[in-house]
Design a protein around this ligand. Structure first.
Ligand code: NI
Length: 220
Protein backbone atom coordinates (compact mmCIF):
# COMPACT_ATOMS: atom_id res chain seq x y z
CA UNK A 1 0.00 0.00 0.00
CA UNK A 2 1.33 3.40 -1.03
CA UNK A 3 -0.30 6.27 0.83
CA UNK A 4 -0.10 9.98 0.12
CA UNK A 5 -0.74 12.44 2.93
CA UNK A 6 -1.49 15.91 1.64
CA UNK A 7 -1.11 17.99 4.79
CA UNK A 8 1.67 16.33 6.74
CA UNK A 9 3.17 19.76 7.41
CA UNK A 10 1.48 23.18 7.34
CA UNK A 11 2.61 25.89 4.92
CA UNK A 12 4.17 27.75 7.87
CA UNK A 13 6.13 24.69 8.92
CA UNK A 14 7.38 24.11 5.37
CA UNK A 15 8.48 27.75 5.11
CA UNK A 16 10.30 27.54 8.43
CA UNK A 17 12.09 24.30 7.54
CA UNK A 18 13.07 25.62 4.13
CA UNK A 19 14.58 28.77 5.61
CA UNK A 20 16.44 26.70 8.22
CA UNK A 21 17.93 24.56 5.46
CA UNK A 22 18.83 27.58 3.35
CA UNK A 23 21.23 28.81 6.03
CA UNK A 24 24.96 28.56 5.46
CA UNK A 25 25.43 26.12 8.31
CA UNK A 26 22.83 23.62 7.06
CA UNK A 27 25.67 21.15 6.56
CA UNK A 28 24.99 19.59 3.16
CA UNK A 29 27.51 17.11 1.79
CA UNK A 30 27.51 14.30 -0.74
CA UNK A 31 25.19 11.40 0.06
CA UNK A 32 27.90 9.05 -1.21
CA UNK A 33 29.47 9.22 2.24
CA UNK A 34 26.69 7.03 3.64
CA UNK A 35 26.36 4.78 0.58
CA UNK A 36 27.54 1.18 0.39
CA UNK A 37 29.16 -0.23 -2.77
CA UNK A 38 25.79 -1.38 -4.10
CA UNK A 39 24.54 2.19 -4.53
CA UNK A 40 27.72 4.30 -4.59
CA UNK A 41 27.69 4.60 -8.37
CA UNK A 42 23.99 5.45 -8.65
CA UNK A 43 23.48 7.71 -5.63
CA UNK A 44 23.92 11.35 -6.55
CA UNK A 45 22.45 13.63 -3.92
CA UNK A 46 23.37 15.82 -0.97
CA UNK A 47 22.41 15.12 2.61
CA UNK A 48 22.46 17.51 5.54
CA UNK A 49 23.91 16.79 8.95
CA UNK A 50 24.51 18.90 12.02
CA UNK A 51 22.40 20.94 14.42
CA UNK A 52 20.15 22.62 11.84
CA UNK A 53 19.37 19.35 10.05
CA UNK A 54 18.65 17.74 13.40
CA UNK A 55 16.23 20.56 14.23
CA UNK A 56 14.37 19.89 10.97
CA UNK A 57 14.29 16.15 11.61
CA UNK A 58 12.89 16.64 15.11
CA UNK A 59 10.16 18.95 13.85
CA UNK A 60 9.15 16.45 11.16
CA UNK A 61 9.07 13.57 13.66
CA UNK A 62 6.85 15.58 15.98
CA UNK A 63 4.45 16.55 13.19
CA UNK A 64 4.14 12.97 11.91
CA UNK A 65 3.54 11.51 15.36
CA UNK A 66 0.63 13.95 15.70
CA UNK A 67 -0.88 13.08 12.30
CA UNK A 68 -3.77 10.57 12.50
CA UNK A 69 -3.40 9.26 8.93
CA UNK A 70 0.34 8.69 9.34
CA UNK A 71 -0.26 6.90 12.64
CA UNK A 72 -2.98 4.73 11.14
CA UNK A 73 -1.03 3.81 8.00
CA UNK A 74 2.40 3.28 9.59
CA UNK A 75 1.56 2.22 13.14
CA UNK A 76 5.06 3.39 14.04
CA UNK A 77 6.97 1.74 16.81
CA UNK A 78 9.85 4.12 16.18
CA UNK A 79 11.61 6.18 13.59
CA UNK A 80 14.69 4.27 12.52
CA UNK A 81 16.29 7.14 10.64
CA UNK A 82 15.42 10.47 9.05
CA UNK A 83 17.55 12.63 6.83
CA UNK A 84 17.38 15.78 4.78
CA UNK A 85 18.04 15.17 1.11
CA UNK A 86 18.71 17.59 -1.71
CA UNK A 87 19.02 17.04 -5.46
CA UNK A 88 20.44 19.72 -7.72
CA UNK A 89 20.59 19.68 -11.52
CA UNK A 90 22.22 16.49 -12.79
CA UNK A 91 21.54 14.58 -9.56
CA UNK A 92 19.48 11.38 -9.33
CA UNK A 93 19.33 8.14 -7.39
CA UNK A 94 19.12 5.03 -9.55
CA UNK A 95 16.97 1.99 -8.84
CA UNK A 96 17.80 0.33 -5.53
CA UNK A 97 16.29 -1.27 -2.46
CA UNK A 98 16.90 0.20 0.99
CA UNK A 99 18.64 -1.67 3.79
CA UNK A 100 16.41 -4.04 5.77
CA UNK A 101 18.19 -3.09 8.98
CA UNK A 102 19.58 0.32 9.86
CA UNK A 103 21.59 0.51 13.06
CA UNK A 104 20.20 -2.90 13.99
CA UNK A 105 16.58 -1.84 13.54
CA UNK A 106 14.22 -3.24 10.93
CA UNK A 107 12.86 -0.82 8.35
CA UNK A 108 9.22 -1.50 7.42
CA UNK A 109 8.06 1.71 5.78
CA UNK A 110 9.83 4.54 3.99
CA UNK A 111 8.57 8.04 3.45
CA UNK A 112 9.46 11.10 1.44
CA UNK A 113 8.21 14.44 2.66
CA UNK A 114 8.48 16.98 -0.15
CA UNK A 115 9.61 20.48 0.85
CA UNK A 116 10.34 22.28 -2.43
CA UNK A 117 7.72 24.17 -4.41
CA UNK A 118 6.53 22.11 -7.37
CA UNK A 119 7.37 24.83 -9.88
CA UNK A 120 10.81 25.45 -8.39
CA UNK A 121 12.37 22.33 -9.93
CA UNK A 122 12.03 19.98 -12.89
CA UNK A 123 12.31 16.17 -12.61
CA UNK A 124 13.04 14.56 -9.26
CA UNK A 125 10.06 12.22 -9.28
CA UNK A 126 10.14 9.36 -6.81
CA UNK A 127 9.41 6.22 -8.80
CA UNK A 128 8.30 3.16 -6.84
CA UNK A 129 8.70 0.11 -9.04
CA UNK A 130 6.09 -2.60 -8.60
CA UNK A 131 5.59 -5.88 -10.43
CA UNK A 132 2.31 -4.36 -11.56
CA UNK A 133 3.92 -1.16 -12.83
CA UNK A 134 5.60 1.99 -11.60
CA UNK A 135 4.14 4.64 -9.31
CA UNK A 136 5.53 8.05 -10.18
CA UNK A 137 5.24 10.49 -7.31
CA UNK A 138 5.97 14.18 -7.07
CA UNK A 139 4.01 16.07 -4.46
CA UNK A 140 3.46 19.66 -3.34
CA UNK A 141 5.47 20.97 -0.39
CA UNK A 142 4.27 19.61 2.95
CA UNK A 143 2.92 16.43 1.35
CA UNK A 144 4.27 13.00 2.06
CA UNK A 145 4.29 9.56 0.47
CA UNK A 146 4.57 6.49 2.65
CA UNK A 147 5.45 3.14 1.06
CA UNK A 148 6.76 -0.30 2.04
CA UNK A 149 10.55 -0.36 2.33
CA UNK A 150 10.45 -3.69 0.48
CA UNK A 151 10.06 -1.84 -2.85
CA UNK A 152 12.61 -1.11 -5.54
CA UNK A 153 12.59 2.63 -6.13
CA UNK A 154 14.53 5.51 -7.66
CA UNK A 155 14.62 9.29 -7.89
CA UNK A 156 14.64 10.65 -11.42
CA UNK A 157 17.23 13.20 -12.39
CA UNK A 158 16.57 16.80 -11.46
CA UNK A 159 17.20 18.91 -14.55
CA UNK A 160 16.47 22.35 -13.12
CA UNK A 161 16.13 23.89 -9.66
CA UNK A 162 16.44 22.04 -6.40
CA UNK A 163 14.46 19.15 -4.93
CA UNK A 164 14.45 19.33 -1.16
CA UNK A 165 12.89 16.58 0.97
CA UNK A 166 13.04 14.82 4.28
CA UNK A 167 13.17 11.07 3.87
CA UNK A 168 12.76 8.54 6.64
CA UNK A 169 12.30 4.95 7.69
CA UNK A 170 9.85 3.62 10.21
CA UNK A 171 9.79 0.45 12.22
CA UNK A 172 6.13 -0.52 12.53
CA UNK A 173 4.40 -2.44 15.29
CA UNK A 174 2.91 -4.43 12.40
CA UNK A 175 5.54 -6.15 10.25
CA UNK A 176 3.30 -7.34 7.42
CA UNK A 177 2.13 -4.81 4.80
CA UNK A 178 -1.12 -6.75 4.30
CA UNK A 179 -1.89 -6.64 8.00
CA UNK A 180 -1.05 -2.93 8.17
CA UNK A 181 -3.44 -2.30 5.29
CA UNK A 182 -6.20 -4.31 6.97
CA UNK A 183 -5.86 -2.27 10.16
CA UNK A 184 -5.78 0.96 8.17
CA UNK A 185 -9.04 -0.04 6.45
CA UNK A 186 -10.60 -0.89 9.78
CA UNK A 187 -9.57 2.53 11.11
CA UNK A 188 -11.28 4.13 8.12
CA UNK A 189 -14.44 2.09 8.70
CA UNK A 190 -14.43 2.99 12.38
CA UNK A 191 -14.02 6.68 11.56
CA UNK A 192 -17.13 6.36 9.40
CA UNK A 193 -19.13 4.88 12.26
CA UNK A 194 -18.94 8.01 14.35
CA UNK A 195 -22.24 9.86 14.18
CA UNK A 196 -23.62 7.37 11.64
CA UNK A 197 -26.36 6.15 13.96
CA UNK A 198 -24.99 2.61 14.09
CA UNK A 199 -26.18 0.50 17.02
CA UNK A 200 -23.68 0.37 19.87
CA UNK A 201 -23.60 -3.43 19.66
CA UNK A 202 -22.35 -3.19 16.07
CA UNK A 203 -19.59 -0.67 16.76
CA UNK A 204 -18.53 -2.71 19.80
CA UNK A 205 -17.83 -5.66 17.51
CA UNK A 206 -15.87 -3.62 14.99
CA UNK A 207 -13.71 -2.11 17.73
CA UNK A 208 -13.21 -5.57 19.20
CA UNK A 209 -12.05 -6.94 15.83
CA UNK A 210 -9.60 -4.09 15.27
CA UNK A 211 -8.13 -4.21 18.73
CA UNK A 212 -7.82 -7.98 18.81
CA UNK A 213 -6.23 -8.14 15.35
CA UNK A 214 -3.75 -5.52 16.55
CA UNK A 215 -3.07 -7.62 19.63
CA UNK A 216 -2.60 -10.71 17.45
CA UNK A 217 -0.23 -9.04 14.98
CA UNK A 218 1.68 -6.42 16.93
CA UNK A 219 5.32 -6.87 17.90
CA UNK A 220 5.85 -4.60 20.85
NI1 NI B 1 16.10 4.47 -1.15
Amino acid sequence: MIIQIADALSKEQVARLRSTLAQDGAGFSSGKATAGWYVKDIKHNDQASGALAEQVVQEVKKALLAHPVFLSAARPKEFVKLLVSRYRPGMSYGTHVDDALMGGKRTDMSFTLFLAGEESYVGGELVIEGNDGDSVIRLPPGSLVLYPTTSLHRVNEVTRGERLAVVGWVRSFIRSPEQRETLFDLDQAIAGLQGAGVARAVSDRVFKVRNNLTRMWAED
